[in-house]
Design a protein around this ligand. Sequence first.
Ligand code: AMP
Length: 356
Amino acid sequence: MSPLQPGSTIGILGGGQLGRMLAISAAQLGFDVHIFTDEPDSPASRVAAKTVIGSYSDHAALADFARHVNIVTTEFENVPAETAEALIAAGARVAPTPNVLAIAQDRFDEKSYFLSAGIATPPFKAIGSQDDLDAAIAEIGAPAILKTRRLGYDGRGQIRIKTAADAIGAYEKLGAPGILEGFCAFEREVSIIAARGANGAIAFYDLNENEHAGGILSRTTLPANVIESTVIAAQAAARRVLEAFDYVGVLTIEFFVMPDGALIANEMAPRVHNSGHWTIEGALTSQFEQHIRAVVGWPLGPTTRIAAIEMLNLIGEDANDWPQLAADPTARLHLYGKREVRAGRKMGHVTKLRSS
Ligand code: AMP
């Protein structure tokens, strides 16, 4: 593709904080951003040139959106794949393509894809009834985790099955088609953020080491405490996925690291990722700028990390500490402009850089 000129317009599906940070990076490179979201007063809309509030299934609104932008990208993976298809049918260029969105939206399809690509996963089974669940527990054993196939994030839509007795009635409680996964006794969790340009060039950021609380990312540190072969395996897996989908943009894969350093894939996100927020201050090119560069057909930027990193999410009331954080010379503070503080809601983050 020929590179988009500065002054072109980038459409972003979704109005959350990832869209907000993408829009800020796009502006830095001279692009305008139009947001399409079903949420009024969204974090991204307040830094974008224009926002269209509409339903992701409103094909007329999507077609009109498509007419006013030069390329469309997404900031969250639960944009229906049909939305991306409707935009393409209306003549828009869309990156990443709908096929990868569709796979990443369904935990069963995603894990099946990983296995077909030679990427290890926890043992898993599709669950469509309590009978399926009982049979899967008999096969996989407990402990295990029952998750909804679709629309789960940040630990939502999950039931921990510590012993077989916890499975009684669990399918009804889940309330939707699910997947049972064997519990991985991992040593740590890491993610890799990778980018592929329109010309096929690939770049990797250093591995992120991630800690979760209540299923939500709470802290990311770099360098990750892993052996070199773990890094190589993560890069190989990311390269395989990027090339298989002819992917353009930033993609993230989350892994469990086992005691011997082996990787087990948990999930992928066809987008920029919370564990990569440190790249704003800690890398020569942020993941947001990188994604914009990729989708507009510009060369990828260097991913070099310039410091040791600690990134802390501000969840719910944590954001009320902004006066202390703003006064802390070691903390780079980001607030997402969400009007209402709610428990479990990502309100902002702080990045700390240490020379080492
Ligand atoms: P998820 O929403 O699938 O990313 O899960 C959120 C968090 O739950 C993960 O980051 C892990 O800490 C934990 N988790 C999810 N699946 C498993 C598993 N199969 N084994 C062990 N821990 C898991």
